[in-house]
Ligand binder design. Structure first.
Ligand SMILES: [Zn+2]
Length: 369
């Protein structure tokens, strides 16, 4: 992984590069950032820069033997430690899975990772005592190729007190050994880690960066980009998932929901809330965004003479019918309420309760003949 492959974060990259060039690279660093930021990508890009035999002032070459080995996670002097599930297991057992998940994305989280190594997802992630032993013995060996050894610890939140020996090593690193810890939750880190590592905070991406990233990767329409960026809230994991899992057709679901509200059919409303709840929070937000788009068209259709409804042909008839059962004031009200639910979902509201409450409110707004 070259620096160029990690989106944005230019200032941080420049600082890391300067550290290597001036021989002032801290022996133990902590890259701390929320889910969906470039922290793991940066850790690997930095490692590649350290080992590259033909580096330029701005990046590793990406082609020398070191670069190639590091980008495939197979350099003998670069070690990885990450959470596993069973108490006797160590990271090297899962290196193939690690290569695979890294090849597909750099924004995965612990749940994604555990999902690739486990059939039973309920097991607790753990960096084991055996892992500590294994790391100590690997780091005690002389470097195979270069002069330095590097250990990247992904999610050191899962290091427990029994990993004392490893923590001690981070406190007093052996000659030419670099530790790069990549974490999300500073409050869950052992104090030894935060006090003995040099902290680099990796910021979440801005809305504009998210839009540019998605546009570059998928080439989407402007209005869709806007919507996705708002939902992703700086998290590239969520942003890519929203695009890649977005094969659900919300049209029929939204129609059923509006119909259930219109008929005052609370049983169907409750079933639909369950169904949406099962799809996950991000999908609910997309579902509501779809609804907001429909309501916008209803509003335009009602207030502008000869307005051409801007929607897929399968939706046009529904939009006309829905417009005839709601007056403009209530369309606006539902529109606002849906936006509010999206806002609260992003701040950890319970999706099922939020949807059910919304349905109860919507039901009052229909004109019934
Ligand atoms: Zn290179």
């Amino acid at each position: 992984m070259q620096f160029a492959q990690v989106y944005g974060l230019q200032k941080i990259k420049e600082q890391l590069i300067r550290n290597v060039q001036n021989n002032r690279l801290p022996h133990a660093q902590l890259f701390l950032g929320n889910e969906g930021t470039g922290k793991l990508g940066l850790a690997i890009a930095l490692t590649q820069y350290i080992y590259c035999t033909q580096r330029t002032p701005t990046d590793s070459c990406g082609e020398c033997s070191s670069c190639r080995k590091i980008s495939t996670h197979s350099h003998p002097d670069v070690h990885f430690t990450f959470p596993v599930a069973a108490s006797k297991e160590i990271s090297t057992q899962y290196i193939e899975n690690w290569r695979e998940i890294n090849a597909s994305s750099m924004y995965f989280n612990v749940t994604d990772w555990m999902g690739t190594i486990l059939k039973d997802e309920n097991k607790t992630p753990n960096i084991t005592r055996e892992e500590t032993r294994s790391i100590l013995s690997r780091l005690s060996l002389k470097p195979y190729e270069g002069e330095a050894k590097t250990l990247i610890i992904w999610m050191p939140e899962y290091l427990k007190k029994e990993s004392n020996a490893l923590l001690k090593l981070i406190e007093e690193p052996p000659q030419k050994t670099y530790f790069i810890l990549v974490a999300e939750q500073s409050q869950q880190l052992l104090p030894t880690i935060t006090s003995r590592t040099q902290l680099t905070k990796i910021p979440s991406y801005s809305n504009d960066e998210t839009k540019a990233f998605l546009d570059q990767k998928y080439g989407l329409e402007k209005s869709h980009l806007e919507q996705l960026a708002r939902l992703a809230d700086g998290n590239f994991r969520v942003a890519t998932q929203l695009v890649e899992n977005n094969s659900i057709d919300y049209g029929p679901l939204f129609r059923d929901w509006m119909l259930a509200c219109y008929r005052n059919d609370l049983k169907s409303v409750s079933d639909l809330s369950d169904k949406l709840h099962a799809m996950g929070k991000n999908q609910i937000q997309l579902f509501l965004s779809h609804g907001i788009g429909i309501l916008r068209e209803c509003m335009m259709h009602q207030t502008i003479d000869n307005y051409t409804i801007n929607a897929e042909s399968s939706q046009v008839d529904f939009i006309q019918k829905l417009s005839s059962t709601l007056n403009a004031f209530f369309i606006e009200k539902i529109y606002t309420q849906m936006n509010e639910v999206i806002y609260h979902l992003q701040r950890n509201a319970n999706p099922k309760i939020a949807l059910f409450n919304l349905s109860i409110n919507i039901r009052y707004h229909f004109i019934r003949k």
